[in-house]
Design a binder for this molecule. Structure first.
Ligand SMILES: [Zn+2]
Length: 410
């Protein structure tokens, strides 16, 4: 760096320090001095006592570049400022006042923040509930995508336990979490789904559709409030779909987060060549419920809990009519499919070709689902949100009446 440039930065810093001191919040300023591109010092301001007077502390902060890692070089003990509080101040400062930073200052700060965040537990932990609240702050800074597995406690025939719709989406979400932990968090599974049509089979737990939608919204609203702006509802139970569709749409209209629903089995349709190679059962009907696919995945994820001696294929009685309108499969449905009580078209609760299932096929399906979910998270994570526009010539005269967010112009 030339002497002229250094002088410019010094002058620039002094001006901005003045600006900064005029603000009310305690905070940090960088850099007071910049010796070269890899070293600097940071001036930290803090409130003293109960008055508004600010004390300037020159903290000896040295950036040590080592395999892309960056270390705090002490200096905070004397000032009594805790390192994590200091980091939070730095992040807030850069986020809110980046406009007044010199390019090189911004570069240093952003680099520092990135390095600092990557050493946080939040960068490697993918289980939401295993973080502490300060680490949640780090996860928000990392702009992690939140995956909420949504399932149901429901009958899955005589050979599979009631938790199939929990084990499958959680297993896949955790697989993606292990693959790209720096970009996502998996929340505890939302266990009770909308499954009233299956109540004839003992064990099924139904949640009223409105309760279910409100519960999902309570989770997405909480996440959005804390700062998570990308949410995936990873569904494991077919009949949750219309309700999750509503919940995600409402999340998008009522909060500033982006929310999307993915049924885990639909991840297998991204690569058009996958299912034709994988599937052995007939379409439609072979893959519907406790079927070739669900049984295979459960055999792979939790095979010890499958009653292997009881695996038996089952049919859907109205599929047997071979009517062009009225048929169903996990991967499609007729244009006029009559969905009533499950017990009216199945005696065992098995809808599909469970006998074609195997743990090996389950592993192949699992790996494909994890691969595609990770690819979507990667895309979603870095994707800027589209901006909404109010096209009224005369501005609306009262707020949107459905709990939706006001336009940016109101
Ligand atoms: Zn299921």
């Amino acid at each position: 760096m030339g002497a002229e440039q250094a002088e410019h930065i010094e002058r620039d810093s002094r001006k901005n320090v003045k600006d900064w001191k005029a603000t009310s919040a305690p905070g940090v300023w960088f850099p007071h001095r910049m010796r070269d591109s890899s070293h600097g010092s940071i001036a930290v301001f803090r409130e003293t006592g109960s008055g508004s007077k600010k004390e300037r502390l020159d903290v000896d902060c040295k950036e040590i570049l080592c395999d892309e890692a960056l270390f705090w070089d002490g200096g905070d003990q004397a000032s009594g400022i805790r390192f994590d509080a200091w980091c939070v101040s730095l992040i807030k400062f850069v986020r809110h006042r980046a406009w007044c930073l010199h390019d090189q200052q911004r570069w240093f700060c952003n680099r520092f923040i990135r390095s600092m965040l990557m050493t946080s537990h939040a960068a490697t932990e993918y289980r939401y509930e295993k973080l502490t609240w300060p680490e949640i702050n780090d996860a928000v800074e990392l702009e992690k995508v939140c995956i909420v597995p949504c399932g149901a406690v429901e009958q899955h025939g005589p050979h599979l336990p009631l938790d199939v719709d929990l084990v499958c989406p959680v297993g896949i979400a955790y697989g993606a979490g292990r693959t790209i932990s720096e970009k996502l968090l998996v929340l505890p599974v939302l266990a009770y789904g909308y499954t009233g049509h299956v109540m004839d089979y003992p064990g099924t737990i139904n949640t009223n559709y409105s309760t279910f939608i409100e519960q999902v919204l309570d989770v997405t609203r909480s996440l959005a409030y804390h700062g998570f702006k990308k949410i995936i509802l990873l569904n494991g139970h077919g009949s949750n779909m219309p309700n999750l569709d509503l919940a995600s749409r409402r999340t998008n209209l009522e909060t500033d987060a982006e929310c999307v629903v993915i049924a885990w089995w639909n991840l297998l349709t991204v690569d058009k060549t996958f299912l034709p190679k994988w599937r052995e059962s007939k379409f439609p009907g072979g893959c519907s419920h406790a079927c070739e696919l669900e049984t295979s995945l459960y055999l792979y994820l939790d095979g010890d809990n499958v009653r292997k001696d009881k695996i038996q294929s089952g049919t859907i009685s109205f599929n047997a009519e071979e009517n062009a309108f009225n048929w169903v499969d996990l991967f499609g449905a007729g244009p006029a499919t009559i969905i009533g009580w499950t017990s009216s078209y199945s005696s065992t609760g098995v809808l599909g070709d469970a006998e074609k299932a195997s743990a090996e096929k389950g592993e192949v399906a699992y790996l494909e689902a994890v691969r595609q979910l990770s690819a979507f998270v990667d895309y979603f994570h870095g994707r800027p949100k589209e901006q909404r526009t109010d096209l009224h010539r005369r501005p609306p005269t009262f707020p949107l009446p459905w709990g939706q967010r006001p336009t940016p112009f109101q």
